[in-house]
Structures are given as C-alpha cells and as structure tokens.
Write a protein that binds this ligand. Sequence first.
Ligand SMILES: Cc1cc2nc3c(=O)[nH]c(=O)nc-3n(C[C@H](O)[C@H](O)[C@H](O)COP(=O)(O)OP(=O)(O)OC[C@H]3O[C@@H](n4cnc5c(N)ncnc54)[C@H](O)[C@@H]3O)c2cc1C
Length: 383
Amino acid sequence: MDFTIPEEIRMMCETIKRFVEEDIDPIWQKIEEDDEVPEYIVQKMRELGIFGMCVPEAYGGLGLDTLGECLIYETIGRANTSIRTRFSTNNGIGSLGILYHGTEAQKKKYLPDIASGKKTIAFALTEPGAGSDASAIKTVAERKGDHFVINGSKMFITNGAIADLVTVMALTDPQKRARGGITAFIVEKGTRGFSVGKHEKKMGLRGSTTTELNFEDCEVPVENVIGGEARIGQGFKTAMRVLDKGRLTLAAASVGMAQKALELATQYSKDRVQFGQPICQFQLIQGMLAQMATEIFAGRQMVYRTAWEKDQGKDVTMEAAMSKLYCTEMLGRVVDTALQIHGGMGYMKEFAIERMYRDARVVRIYEGSSEIQKIVIARELLK
Ligand SMILES: Cc1cc2nc3c(=O)[nH]c(=O)nc-3n(C[C@H](O)[C@H](O)[C@H](O)COP(=O)(O)OP(=O)(O)OC[C@H]3O[C@@H](n4cnc5c(N)ncnc54)[C@H](O)[C@@H]3O)c2cc1C
C-alpha cells in the first residue's frame, strides 16, 4: 500500500480546509437559521472545482482518483453537512451514471455543466414503496416510438428542488424488474409532466432540500436513456454501481465530521472547569477522548486502504460496504460522546455539536442503511 498524497491533492485539501474555516464556520448558524447555503458560498465551491472531482478533465472536471476524492470529502466533512450535500449529487450519485454508462454524446452534452456546477443533477431511485428494496419501484416508462412516457413518483430526493437534471430510474419491463427491466433516464427540468412535489422537513441537514419528484405523462426522448438503446433495461446495474462508489466517499466524509467533533470536544474539555480543574484532567473524560481518536484512526485507515485498492483496479464492493458501515456507525458514537463531554451546553443550539449530532444520524440510513451494508458484506463472504 502506498498512501503518498500527491502534492496537488495536499494543496487542494489545505485550500478546502481554509475555505471551511474562513467561509463556512463563521456562518454555520446562519445556514441553520435560513435553511439555505448562500449563493456566494456555492460560487466559491464552483471555483474550487469540487462539483466535478471525479469527472475526467476531458469533460471539464478535475479527474481525481478515488483516494484524492476521499481526502477532499474528509476535509469538507468538517463543515455543515449541507455543504457536502450541495455538491455531492453532481460529483457522485447524480452524475456517475452518465460517467460510467453514458454515450459519448451524453457525456459531452451534460458533464461539463455538471462538473463546473453550472447545473445541478439529482438522483431519483427511492419511492414510497421502494427504499432498501430499490427493485420494487413502481415508476414506469412506456416506450412510444422514439420516446418514453414516464409516470410515477419519487421521494426523499436530495437537491430535487434545485436540480436542472435528474437521473431517474423507471420500470421498462415490469416482469424483469432488476434483471433487465429497469432503465436509467436523464430528465431535464422544464420537461412537460415533470414537477417538484412536497419538501420534507428534516431532523437535520438544514440548508439542503429533500423533495418528492412527480412524473405525469412525462415524455423523454430515447436519446435520454443513459447509454442509449443498448442500455435499455440496464438501469438497475447502473444504480448499484453508482451507490457502490458513494459508500466510500460517505465513509470519508464521516471520518472528517468525526474528527471535527473530536477537536471540538477536546477543546471544550480543556476550557471547562469543574471541581477546580479542567474536565480534561479527569480520566473518565480522557478515556472518552482516547476512544474517539482510536475509532477515527481505524475508520480513516479503512477508507484510505479501500480507496487505494479501488485505484489499483480491485473490486472493493465488500470493503466499501465495510467502510460505510464502520465509519457511519463510528460517527454516531463519536458525536454522541463529544456531546456528552459538552454537558448541558452540548444540548444547546449555540454549540455546533448539537447540529452535528442531528446531521450525523442520517448517514446510517441513506445510500444503503447499516443493515443493507451488512447484507452486502455477508453476501460477498458467502459467495
Ligand atoms: C435525507 C435523505 C436524503 C435522501 N436522498 C436520496 C436521494 O437523493 N435519492 C434517492 O433515490 N434516495 C434518497 N434517500 C432515500 C434513502 O436512500 C432511503 O431512505 C434508504 O435507502 C432507506 O430506505 P427507506 O427509508 O425506505 O427505509 P426502509 O427500506 O423501509 O427500511 C426501514 C428499516 O428496515 C431495515 N431493513 C430494510 N430491509 C432490510 C433487510 N432486508 N434486512 C434487515 N433490515 C432491513 C432498514 O435498514 C431500516 O432500518 C434519501 C433519504 C434521506 C433520509
């Protein structure tokens, strides 16, 4: 294993860390209150190039390898989760389908605007009756000559309200379902029959929209099937490959967030005096700090090793699932302990740890819950 970090990635991580500390941290409460990431911050994110980290340079992206991308996700994980969420659909679940299986014409048409952040792309798989069991979707796409007519509804779609483009999974053969009956489409905002529905009110992730998307006799041309005619019916495979990659970057972001929680708790334990001394002098508190630091160290090694192996061309399905499972569960334990170290202050909205505690909860649920990761790991073990 060689985890040598290339100079340009190291410099980019430093720039992003500065961006988080100088531009995001001072306004984290404003993002919470307004439930919105200000446009000038989104513009800075565009300038940093983080909307197109994994998009090849030929299509206007940075063309980073997985390790480089994970290092940047780890760094940005230190900020409000809505910052990562704002760019992550462009950089991940929304765009990867086009990147992996799109035709050359689709890549040329869509990827440059996705990579620059000029356009936002969302990923729509989940439905009221199809969450963990994604193959149970009911949204249908019926072929009529040179176009498809989509009918159905998607829920919990990240960036759904602001998306210019959406990768939509729909049934094209209800008999075959996951085995050749689901197709991935690119639907553009403004297409007749496509509308944004209910906005969810969430526990955390303030600053990020999560919405329902509706399709009512929504006509899309055959050229909007990701991969064209040849990939009609292959959308489930596309979706699963896309989610495979997302597991690792989410694990990396969880490590970054856990590290930030540890730093906040360490500082608080040095500042807070009880029984005549800073609480960091108590061995019970020291034990908490040591446990958190050790678990973060373990999670980080899992992410780096899996990313490195992926970059060597190895199939990392099991390792990516293990990394997502461990790092997101670890984050849950770390933010809980960090809040405990803050005592009553940790329960108050003026302290960032209160927001982190709420934001951290979702990573064990989306992009494959912890239970689903265990199923993936066991399936690989029993192969
Ligand atoms: C904030 C947020 C953003 C999201 N963004 C998107 C998005 O952009 N695009 C998108 O398509 N989806 C998105 N989702 C949906 C997300 O991927 C699903 O919520 C997730 O896959 C779980 O599905 P579910 O909520 O229907 O839970 P369910 O599938 O109903 O699961 C309920 C519980 O049962 C468990 N369970 C289910 N099946 C099994 C099993 N076989 N064995 C053991 N336990 C099981 C689960 O782990 C969970 O604990 C988002 C969700 C949230 C909360």
